[in-house]
Design a protein around this ligand. Structure first.
Ligand code: ASP
Length: 318
């Protein structure tokens, strides 16, 4: 496909594309475009899995993770931000203003303060209500909205309580909404950004795949770009985004690279009902693909013709 183009995980992609694609079409840099797109999605309080409005951890506190990348020597990440709403922009500063790749926790929030990012309460009233409902009765959570996405209560899980019966009657369409954005600009430059509030009701301190270079995101101008959404523990186990880019480097088409990665996950994990994983892959020549482990995933593709929200090219376990 001819550049510029932008690929976004999930159906909220147009929120980011509307904000970032016009400049990308005018020749803006791919990195500016992905950070701009992700920031618009982080700032939308109706999107309850990214930025402000994200669902909290088991203790009721929101923590945000993100990374950005354009090449192996150009990457930045933050994890467990609790006071700043735009982790992708902070991750970009880590990349541009430090000699490091990743900052975490309180120190990452302090870095954001020092860089002039305004702190803000991340827990919205809506997200607090959902958390309170989950805490009082995990089985009663709004199943229409959170189909199949009901992580076990962490305390029970830590104590080894069997929560499988509770899971059994849930729908198979999981609710996983990390935003991953890949872009190819008019000069043929690739960039990616990935941002999340992580798994809802996670154990405090848990970090998934999304801010980890090679897992939630990987970009190499000479081979391609990939990003992930879904159960971070599965993606991490196979270094999902890195694996996809390496397979493309060795000649695999984007869809074949994702298929092989999903097959690796399916072969090496005992899959649970709530597990979902989806990837986007983009080659420097504009060839791209989208695929998911289970039904329910959608991506957004944006070109000069506009944005299309579509199902993936492949669902491994339909
Ligand atoms: N990948 C994210 C994480 O594991 C969550 C998600 O995409 O639902 O933190």
């Amino acid at each position: 496909m001819t550049p510029p183009l932008m690929l976004t995980t999930w159906s909220f992609g147009p929120v980011g594309a509307d904000a970032a694609f016009p400049a990308l079409a005018q020749g803006a840099d791919a990195l500016d475009a992905v950070v701009h797109a992700v920031t618009a999605i982080e700032d939308d309080p109706d999107i309850d899995s990214v930025g402000v409005g994200g669902l909290p951890d088991a203790g009721g506190r929101v923590s945000l993770d993100a990374c950005v990348m354009t090449d192996p020597d150009r990457a930045g990440a933050v994890a467990c931000l609790r006071r700043h709403p735009n982790p992708a922009a902070v991750a970009r500063r880590v990349m541009e203003r430090t000699i490091h790749v990743m900052l975490v926790g309180d120190d990452a929030d302090d870095f954001a303060d020092a860089q002039g990012f305004a702190p803000r309460e991340l827990l919205t009233d809506d997200a607090r209500r959902i958390w309170e409902k989950w805490r009082s009765d995990p089985g009663a959570i709004d199943r229409d909205k959170y189909k199949g996405w009901l992580p076990p209560r962490n305390v029970e899980e830590l104590r080894g309580v069997d929560v499988s019966a509770r899971r059994a009657d849930l729908s198979r369409e999981p609710h996983h909404d990390t935003v991953g954005v890949l872009a190819l600009d008019t000069r043929g430059r690739l960039a990616g950004a990935c941002s999340t509030s992580g798994m809802a009701f996670k154990s405090p301190g848990r970090v998934g795949d999304s801010p980890i270079i090679g897992q939630g995101l990987y970009v190499d101008q000479t081979a391609g770009a990939a990003c992930a959404t879904g159960t971070g523990e599965l993606i991490t186990g196979v270094s999902g985004s890195f694996l996809i880019v390496e397979l493309m480097r060795r000649g695999a088409a984007p869809l074949d690279a994702i298929r092989e990665t999903l097959e690796r996950i399916a072969a090496r994990f005992t899959l649970q009902e709530e597990h979902q994983t989806a990837f986007l892959a983009l080659r420097p020549d504009g060839a791209w693909a989208s695929a998911a482990l289970r039904p329910g995933f959608k991506h957004t593709i944006t070109t000069a013709d506009g944005s299309l929200v579509q199902p993936p090219h492949l669902v491994l376990k339909p």
